[in-house]
Design a protein around this ligand. Structure first.
Ligand code: ADP
Ligand code: MG
Length: 462
């Protein structure tokens, strides 16, 4: 018997020694379920080969018992020993994977490559109807649109990584993010592009954590080439999900993979999102989608009309474009309602019909900027109760918030200075003017205040 064959027979009894130690560190049930079915099949060149019944079995051991198993194997087979698993061929790709028994490599940073994963077809969750061809260009989206196109040509290697798209609801964030995904797949058929909403990401994470599948979850996300996460503001306050996302973000970014994020507000205004994430969001390009101008609204309408094969007069198109300004989704909604009415009533789509239908929609959707809405927003943003804001109190905070309110009223409403003055607690028009000038001056140097005001303005308009 040569040395090799002595080793070959000895390993079985050494494995038995391992098992008796493992038994002491696990419950009877765990031991019976997870360790008894393991079959040692060889030990050569410091590699212990173990046959496990299935892929799932292997993953379970890796996730839950590697801290027990690895040191015991090293103690009995020598410090250099490592483990290889053999999995019965469930499919062509399932075979052997390696795991070094060095300390610290367990769980978190374990480069856990699931055999055959590369062959797994996964659903990108992209919808073909969101593409660049039907994403109408305008000054409202030019920068982001062209950054998106560059990304689809060279994902991960432009300076737009991450691409952070923000803007109010209905302005095309999801459409643009998906269009980038679709265009990337069209150019790079093998690249793994994934679209996921932050909410879905969060629930997948919760599910994985609950079912002991965190490694799978992380590994899945770490193999993506272009990761699109929609509505990232939804991760607010969810610190565990943020933490896992932070790790995935770093991993992908380091490997030159592309990240695309959308949000209803710019990074600096994200609430309850960790600073280290916000910092990363600002690494690439962040840009805002703003409401389209009239020309763009008109072109969007023309493009949608072409798609639904509807006849609409220029007059009606102009009427829609004039009246629905701040939201593309509503623009589309109005068109859909008009179409439905016109078909239902068997009437041509006249300007009268448009007026009647639109009256309802516009009433619900256009929020006019009023003194009252400004006062409410200032009150909540500055954390000062409304009665206090409108009182005569002159502490610095309150006085400044009041001045901001006057400034915003002058800028965004048509109200007379005297009307503004009396609304904020009986000031005369000279005081209002003075306040406006004071705030305009302070804003030039005080970044924090100026950001706060911009944030209020953004909310005002939608
Ligand atoms: P968000 O995600 O910002 O809330 P969406 O991407 O869902 O907005 O867009 C709302 C609707 O408006 C979608 O049907 C989208 O196709 C359409 N839309 C937005 N911007 C454009 C654009 N520039 N050209 C064509 N359609 C647009
Ligand atoms: Mg969206």
């Amino acid at each position: 018997m040569n040395f090799q064959s002595i080793e070959q027979t000895k390993y079985i009894s050494v494995w038995q020694m391992c098992l008796s130690q493992i038994k002491k560190s696990t419950s009877e049930e765990e031991y019976a379920r997870w360790f008894q079915p393991i079959e040692p099949i060889g030990f050569t060149n410091d590699i212990l080969r173990l046959r496990v019944p299935s892929q799932r079995h292997l993953q379970h051991i890796e996730q839950n018992f590697i801290r027990v198993l690895a040191p015991i194997v090293r103690t009995n087979f020598g410090v250099k020993a490592s483990i290889r698993y053999a999995v019965p061929q469930e499919d062509q790709s399932a075979s052997i994977r390696g795991y070094s028994t060095q300390p610290d490599v367990a769980t978190i940073k374990n480069p856990f490559i699931i055999p055959g994963l590369k062959k797994v077809k996964f659903d990108s969750q992209l919808r073909a109807e969101y593409n660049f061809d039907n994403f109408i260009e305008g000054s409202c989206n030019r920068l982001l649109r062209s950054a998106g196109l560059s990304i689809s040509v060279n994902p991960g290697t432009t300076s737009f990584n991450p691409l952070f798209i923000y803007g109010s609801s209905g302005l095309g964030k999801t459409h643009l993010a998906q269009a980038i995904g679709n265009a990337t797949v069209a150019r790079h058929a093998n690249s793994r592009v994934l679209y996921v909403s932050a909410n879905r990401f969060q629930s997948q994470f919760q599910y994985a954590a609950h079912h002991g599948e965190l490694n799978d979850f992380i590994n899945f996300y770490q193999m993506i080439d272009v990761l699109i996460i929609d509505d990232i503001q939804e991760l607010a306050g969810k610190s565990k999900t943020q933490n896992i996302f932070f790790n995935i973000f770093n991993h992908l970014h380091m490997l030159g993979k592309q990240l695309i994020l959308t949000s209803d507000r710019p990074p600096v205004e994200l609430k309850d999102i960790e600073e280290r994430l916000i910092t990363r969001f600002k690494w690439g390009l962040s840009g805002e989608l703003t409401p389209p101008d009239k020309q763009t609204r008109t072109t969007i309408l023309h493009s949608k009309i072409k798609n639904i094969h509807l006849e609409v007069s220029e007059e009606v198109i102009a009427f829609l474009a004039d009246n629905i300004k701040s939201n593309v989704r509503e623009l589309e909604g109005a068109l859909t309602s008009l179409e439905a009415y016109s078909r239902l009533m068997g009437q041509p789509l006249s300007i009268d019909l448009a007026r009647r239908v639109l009256r309802d929609i516009v009433e619900i959707t256009t929020t006019e900027v009023t003194i009252e809405s400004i006062l409410n927003l200032v009150s909540s943003h500055f954390g000062i109760e409304l009665p206090m804001l409108l009182s005569k109190k002159r502490t610095r905070d309150v006085a400044q918030a009041r001045q901001v309110a006057m400034y915003l009223c002058k800028k965004h409403t048509k109200a007379a200075l005297s009307a503004i003055g009396s609304a904020v607690g009986g000031k005369n028009h000279a005081t209002v003017l003075h306040s406006c000038k004071t705030i305009a001056d302070i804003m030039e140097t005080d970044k924090v205040l100026s950001q706060k005001i911009q944030e209020i303005e953004r909310k005002l308009k939608y």
